[in-house]
Design a binder for this molecule. Structure first.
Ligand code: 8OZ
Length: 364
């Protein structure tokens, strides 16, 4: 029998050939002069088009949204042209790909910001986290708090990014609201100390998420928009909200009201232990009405079981997709996997990026 993991599905208006998702992976290989993806990226993503859905690496919606050296953007015409070569290559191989829209907020450094400016965040609270400035890992800079009248400008940056994603031929977008970046910084009371309409109560802290979702949906339609959350993760030292279930329950209610196509959940600590207070993940998962993509430490067996349970619609694999370009095909064949990579993760060129072997037809 065919396990449900290998059967087609529709996330809103995005029809996929299987339930295997390539998770977003920051690889820091954009062209240094203009943060643009190019032919190398097209080859990399096309190699991975056996996934039902690819979520692109985080792509900054504006220069201000950048937090690391050599991450790609989606705000300039050159970037749109670069991404177009990527989406065409993926589509030519029968894959689907959404753009992950990213603003890092405070997880940045003055050396990465235009004019050496301070990064922006809901509040002027620094994160005990590091970023990569192109030479070394450096402590992130203390941000400045956004003025109330600047927030609409950032929402507009998301709207422009959504238009650009459509122009570049993406099948949709994933709004990155996880891992301690800007939207997550607004959600949590550890990083948001605002006293205006965007801080304080849970309703106020989910306001920015709602406005971003509505702006992006207005461009693409809700059926092509998803959101990534990581309620139990302390990624980038964002801090654990004082009432995770209330805050993220309200965030999920925003997604339900908007009718977004999918929720992509980092289950537990990002890239770490699958830990959460008993029942809390399940409560949030079951609260969401659209397609649920589970992520974090899944194996073939646990992914098969999760989708078979009917509680999970798709499973996203990150690390395994680095060294197994044909991961979906290997899982379907129950074939051996290449070992996890130990170098070449961030920065560089083809080495450790597009040079991982696929199974030969005969071996399969
Ligand atoms: C690893 C290195 C840099 C960025 C995330 C976008 O955690 C990232 C990221 C991961 O969501």
């Amino acid at each position: 029998m065919t396990e449900a993991l290998f059967t087609p599905f529709s996330l809103g208006d995005i029809a996929v050939k299987n339930r295997i998702v390539m998770a977003p992976l920051t690889r820091n290989r954009a062209r240094a002069e203009d943060d643009t993806p190019y032919a190398l990226h097209a080859e990399y993503y096309a190699q991975r088009a056996g996934a039902g859905l690819i979520v692109s690496e985080g792509t900054q919606i504006s220069p201000e949204g950048k937090g690391y050296a050599w991450t790609p953007g989606i705000y300039s015409d050159a970037q749109v042209a670069g991404w177009k070569t990527v989406t065409e290559a993926v589509h030519a191989k029968g894959g689907k790909i959404v753009a992950q829209l990213w603003h890092v907020g405070r997880v940045s450094h003055t050396s990465l910001q235009e004019g050496g400016a301070a990064p922006v965040a809901p509040s002027a609270i620094g994160a005990a986290s590091k970023t990569f400035d192109g030479t070394s890992f450096v402590q992130t800079s203390v941000p400045r708090a956004l003025e109330l009248d600047e927030i609409p400008r950032i929402v507009e940056d998301y709207r422009r990014a959504a238009r650009n994603a459509a122009a570049a031929g993406f099948d949709g977008v994933e709004i990155h609201a996880a891992n301690g970046y800007l939207i997550d910084q607004f959600l949590r009371d550890t990083s948001n100390a605002r006293t205006d309409a965007y801080g304080g109560s849970v309703e106020n802290r989910v306001r920015f998420l709602r406005e971003v979702v509505e702006a992006v949906m207005g461009v693409l339609g809700a059926g092509r928009v998803g959101v990534r959350l990581s309620p139990f993760s302390n990624a980038n030292n964002v801090g654990i909200d004082s009432d995770t279930l209330a805050t993220f329950g309200a965030a999920i209610d925003v997604l339900n009201a908007a009718g977004v196509a999918f929720l992509h959940m980092v289950e537990g600590q990002t890239g770490g232990p699958r830990e959460w207070p008993a029942g809390a993940l399940e409560a949030l998962r079951d609260r969401f009405k659209g397609a649920y993509i589970a992520n974090n430490g899944y194996t073939r067996a646990s992914a098969v079981a999760a989708v078979a349970s009917g509680k999970v619609d798709l499973v996203a694999f990150g690390k395994l997709y680095i060294s197994n370009p044909d991961l979906a095909e290997r899982l379907a064949a129950d074939a051996p996997l290449n070992p996890l990579p130990t170098e070449g993760l961030y920065g560089g060129g083809a080495k450790g990026y597009t040079d991982y072997p696929a199974l030969s037809r005969t071996a399969a």
